[in-house]
Design a protein around this ligand. Structure first.
Ligand SMILES: [Zn+2]
Length: 246
């Protein structure tokens, strides 16, 4: 079995050593470059997405309402429209799904529901409503137009996670969810899972800002604060989930 030196042509020992050294250095550089690009792509995917904070002006400039024509809105508050389309960007799989942002009478700040008339239609023919509560005095909810823009993107992200879940279920299964949702344990499991979905989509930081605002900063009643703490991920839990993905 020939040794390494046997590969070097007779009389070319020096050239062989130089060429070997160049190859080693080149390989090392290539490995380092690949390693760097891999780490950079990882950090770009997790760290920047999970720590993203949206500003209204920039988000409005970057908003493309024509990208997903199935998403429509009936509401007048521009910042909420921008928050809706900003959060929807993080759910490309819902682009062809009919989702309408509108006002309505709901007990919480927002709710996501399929339209009753379309619930038993083919999944591609259904319409879902993201319903915004705009009652001036709501005993339970934090009104959406009162919260910071980034936090409203977080709440929209949570509601879109509900739509994503519904869009993968039959009409009967959605009906079943509606009934089981009356049970406290199921409701808690479902809402926390929905928060986890929004985090996995890259909207953890806006969701954290929303949860923190409602729990620590807003003037919502104690009853609503307790409701949030019981059924949803707390700001600390969202923060921990974000840290675990970094
Ligand atoms: Zn929810």
């Amino acid at each position: 079995m020939p040794g390494c030196d046997a590969c070097i042509p007779h009389g070319g020992m020096q050239r062989g050593i130089v060429s070997f050294a160049v190859r080693r250095v080149t390989n090392a550089c290539l490995s380092a470059t690949v390693c760097f690009l891999f780490v950079a792509s990882l950090s770009g995917q997790t760290v920047s997405d999970d720590n993203i904070r949206f500003r209204y002006g920039e988000a409005k400039k970057g908003m493309d309402t024509a990208a997903c024509p199935a998403h429509t809105t009936d509401i007048s508050e521009d910042s909420l429209v921008v928050a809706f389309f900003t959060a929807a960007n993080y759910y490309p799989e819902l682009c062809g799904v009919n989702i309408r942002l509108r006002y309505g009478a709901v007990k919480t700040s927002m709710a996501a529901r399929p339209s009753v008339g379309s619930m038993f239609r083919k999944r591609s023919k259904r319409t879902y409503f993201l319903i915004v509560n705009r009652r001036a005095k709501s005993p339970q909810a934090q009104l959406l137009h009162e919260i910071p823009f980034n936090a409203s993107v977080g709440l929209m992200g949570h509601e879109l996670a509900h739509v994503l879940d519904y869009s993968n279920r039959s009409g009967w299964q959605i009906l079943c969810i509606g009934i089981r949702y009356l049970g406290k344990n199921y409701r808690r499991r479902m809402e926390r899972q929905t928060d986890a979905t929004a985090i996995s989509k890259g909207l953890g930081q806006p969701l954290y800002d929303y949860a923190r605002y409602v729990i620590h900063r807003s003037a919502v009643g104690e009853k609503y604060r307790r409701y949030k703490l019981t059924y949803y991920m707390t700001p600390e839990e969202i923060r921990n989930a974000l840290n675990n993905t970094e």
